[in-house]
Design a protein around this ligand. Structure first.
Ligand code: NAD
Ligand code: DAU
Length: 370
């Protein structure tokens, strides 16, 4: 039995991880620590809230006293660190929060882990600090460049990726200097249930349903390598189970797509869904697909993101050969599952977007999320 501390567990990937872990590892305890920033949403954890193996703590990884006492009090032996500011556009308009949470926050957590696991008489017999990072630390690829491997030199280009790169280096240093048992995974773009609709795929789905413009940055030629979120979660599980201490593992879907192709795929899927499900016309009367028009008519090319990385691609050979990792979803099957989830969970994304889920939290938790 393991006692996990999952930071950022009310965010997109963290919530998917918590659902998966409680289902697949029913004998483990899962404590979620999350500051509930705009991106954290307790409604994403509603279905596990009655599980005795789960506890939610509202708190900031910048609070060293809280993180240290939580690790000690709960007998935590495994930290899976998701908490971060994660949106590149926000790192351009307001980079400081990215340095605070991603760099200083990660360092606080490392210090708390060191205090409880290396400097304490009550330390658990084994421990693991797993750091969830991104492929963006490797910078941008040209068309024919080989995909990022674990030995690709770091070349972060945005305040977001620079802050994640800094946190990766700090994690590495805590093994080499202090002996903290760490692993890191660098993953490509995720999509799937519970993703905040500021990111490309959920934003395009929501705007298509509401008849709003679909803003494509620049000429739409930028390429990302897409992975269904549960496959990322399974990749992290494999690193926890089989990963070698001090190693980094790339996780990716081998599904490179240009943004404009992603957007056109979503448009076509929505047109098809409206043709097959007549109730959608009533539910989303503002959608072009409800009015005999094509969803693609909403595509709008807008000013490019400053410093926009052109291409990311992950070489996941090490995870495949060493850990046995392989994605279970193709891009097509993952997108179908995502669209179905979005259509079936309208209340979730509406509440997230208008902020009213905070009232939901107050009703369900009486304002106390501890
Ligand atoms: P997210 O923005 O959806 O969620 C982040 C969570 O962290 C939120 O619940 C937020 O409330 C919490 N948080 C933020 N600051 C905090 C703080 N100071 N203290 C405690 N909690 C705090 O992010 P995500 O997309 O789920 O990403 C999770 C992790 O995975 C991040 O570290 C990100 O860098 C990494 N990652 C994301 C992707 C992706 O495609 N989304 C891909 C690779 C790696
Ligand atoms: O590669 C992994 C990274 O993927 C993660 O580390 C980040 O946390 C995550 O946010 C994501 O970063 P991106 O910047 O690639 O994701 P985003 O969804 O913001 O954008 C995907 C692509 O789509 C990117 O090239 C920018 C473009 N885009 C995005 C938005 C929101 C648009 O063209 N229009 C948009 O409105």
């Amino acid at each position: 039995m393991a006692n996990l501390l999952v930071t950022g567990g009310a965010g997109f990937i963290g919530a998917n991880f918590v659902h998966y872990w409680l289902k697949e590892h029913p004998h483990d305890r899962v404590v979620v620590l999350d500051a509930l920033t705009y991106a954290g949403n307790l409604a994403s954890l509603e279905s596990v809230s009655g599980n005795d193996a789960y506890r939610f703590v509202k708190g900031d990884i910048l609070d060293k006293e809280l993180t240290t006492s939580l690790i000690a009090e709960e007998g935590i032996d495994t930290i899976v660190h998701f908490a971060a500011e994660s949106h590149v556009d926000r790192s351009i308009s307001g980079p400081s929060a990215f340095v605070d949470t991603n760099v200083v926050g990660t360092h606080n957590l490392l210090q708390a882990a060191k205090a409880c696991w290396l400097d304490s008489d009550d330390a658990p017999s084994t421990h693991r600090f797993h750091h969830v990072s991104t492929d963006e630390v490797f910078g941008s690829l040209k068309k024919d460049d080989p995909a990022f491997s674990e030995t690709t030199p770091y070349a972060p280009n945005s305040p977001y990726s620079a802050s994640k790169a800094a946190s990766d280096h700090l994690v590495r240093s805590y093994l080499h200097t202090f002996g903290l048992q760490v692993t890191t995974s660098n993953c490509s773009n995720n999509y799937g249930p519970y993703q905040f609709p500021e990111k490309l795929i959920p934003l395009m789905i929501v705007n298509s349903l509401e008849g709003k413009p679909l803003p494509v940055y620049g000429d739409g030629s930028n390429i990302r390598d897409w992975l269904y979120v549960e496959d990322h979660v399974r990749g992290i599980e494999l690193v926890l189970q089989k990963g070698r201490i001090g190693e980094t593992y790339n996780i990716g879907g081998n599904e490179e797509r240009a943004n404009i192709d992603i957007v056109k795929t979503i448009c076509a899927m929505i047109d098809e869904a409206f043709a097959e499900q007549p109730d959608l016309v009533e539910r989303f009367p503002g959608a072009p697909a409800a009015n005999g028009a094509s969803t693609e008519s909403l595509v709008t090319f807008v000013t490019d993101r400053p410093g926009h990385d052109w291409r990311y691609a992950i070489d996941a050979t090490k995870s495949e050969t060493e850990l046995g990792f392989s994605p279970s979803q193709t891009f097509e099957s993952g997108m179908q599952a995502t669209l179905e989830w979005m259509l079936g969970n309208e209340a979730w994304w509406r509440a997230v977007m208008d902020g009213s889920y905070r009232e939901w939290v107050a009703t369900h938790y009486g304002g106390n999320t501890e």
